[in-house]
Design a protein around this ligand. Structure first.
Ligand code: NAD
Length: 256
């Protein structure tokens, strides 16, 4: 049985992780680490800092907090030689080098998207990219999302561009020459891939990659319906992260 501490345990993702990981065989959520009291403890105890844990109390740390929280987690995990799985986004160079230093003494997995379906959708889209003349991305999210386009759509466009370039295919151009409304063709992403952002109440996180060629089309769509969609990817990372596994970026390599 591996005991976990969840940093950011009172947050939306922390609570979803405590609920989801706590139900998985071989895992136990021992501590929720957060400055504010968690709404639900899920059988764990609440601490405000990793420093309050007893030596050996946890076997791994999962972090869905803030960049400052990640710095503290990296420091503590390095000192205690405890493996660390980080899902917090918006990391700067300071957090990235703290994670690299931590990975020198214990395993670290850091990923901006722990949804296995989203990672597979990007892989399938990369596979298709060289074989179609045109590709566009439509990403759809809830109306509280502050940034557009989504980080996942940009990463997907980069993957499509790289797959096309590797196959000797040119950057995508836009056939449109007359605009009745400005920006009707979305934004020009990496490799000329057009990205269209939709924001509506009721949506969670969804993405379609639409390919077109002579006489045929292919749509690869992924839907995250709620935060439980990230639990399996974190469980996979926990399964693979060990004291000697170094730094693993993204979970794509864990799916091979
Ligand atoms: P949230 O604001 O609901 O939760 C963050 C929690 O962290 C809060 O409870 C806050 O009190 C706590 N916190 C702040 N500073 C802390 C510190 N120093 N130590 C410990 N806890 C601290 O946010 P959220 O929606 O749960 O998202 C958390 C992070 O996860 C964000 O960066 C988000 O982008 C990311 N995220 C990643 C994935 C993924 O697949 N990698 C998926 C969804 C969200």
């Amino acid at each position: 049985m591996r005991s976990l501490a969840i940093v950011g345990g009172a947050g939306r993702m922390g609570q979803a992780m405590a609920a989801g990981l706590g139900e998985r065989e071989g895992l136990r959520v021992a501590a929720l680490v957060s400055p504010s009291e968690p709404e639900r403890l899920h059988g764990a105890r609440w601490v405000t800092s990793l420093a309050q844990l007893e030596a050996g109390e946890v076997d791994a740390v999962v972090d869905f907090s803030t960049p400052a929280g990640v710095r503290d987690s990296a420091h503590w995990c390095r000192e205690q030689r405890v493996p660390l799985v980080v899902g917090t986004t918006g990391l700067t160079e300071a957090e990235r080098s703290a994670l690299a230093r931590c990975a020198g003494v214990t395993g670290v997995v850091v990923a901006a998207n722990f949804s296995i379906g989203a990672v597979l959708a990007e892989r399938f889209a990369s596979l298709a990219a060289p074989y179609f003349d045109r590709a566009e991305i439509v990403e759809l999210h809830h109306d509280h999302k502050v940034d557009a386009p989504s980080g996942t759509s940009l990463a997907t466009a980069e993957a499509l561009a790289a797959a096309r370039a590797a196959a000797g295919r040119p950057e995508l151009d836009d056939p449109t020459t007359r605009f009745t409304l400005e920006s009707a063709r979305g934004a020009r992403g990496p490799g000329g891939v057009r990205i269209h952002s939709v924001r509506l109440a009721g949506l969670v996180a969804h993405q379609e990659v639409i390919f077109g060629g002579p006489g045929e089309g292919l749509t690869i769509r992924h839907d995250s319906y709620d935060r439980s969609s990230f639990v399996a990817g974190v469980a996979l990372a926990l399964d693979r992260v060990r004291e000697d596994s170094g730094l693993i970026e993204g979970i794509a390599s864990l799916l091979d």
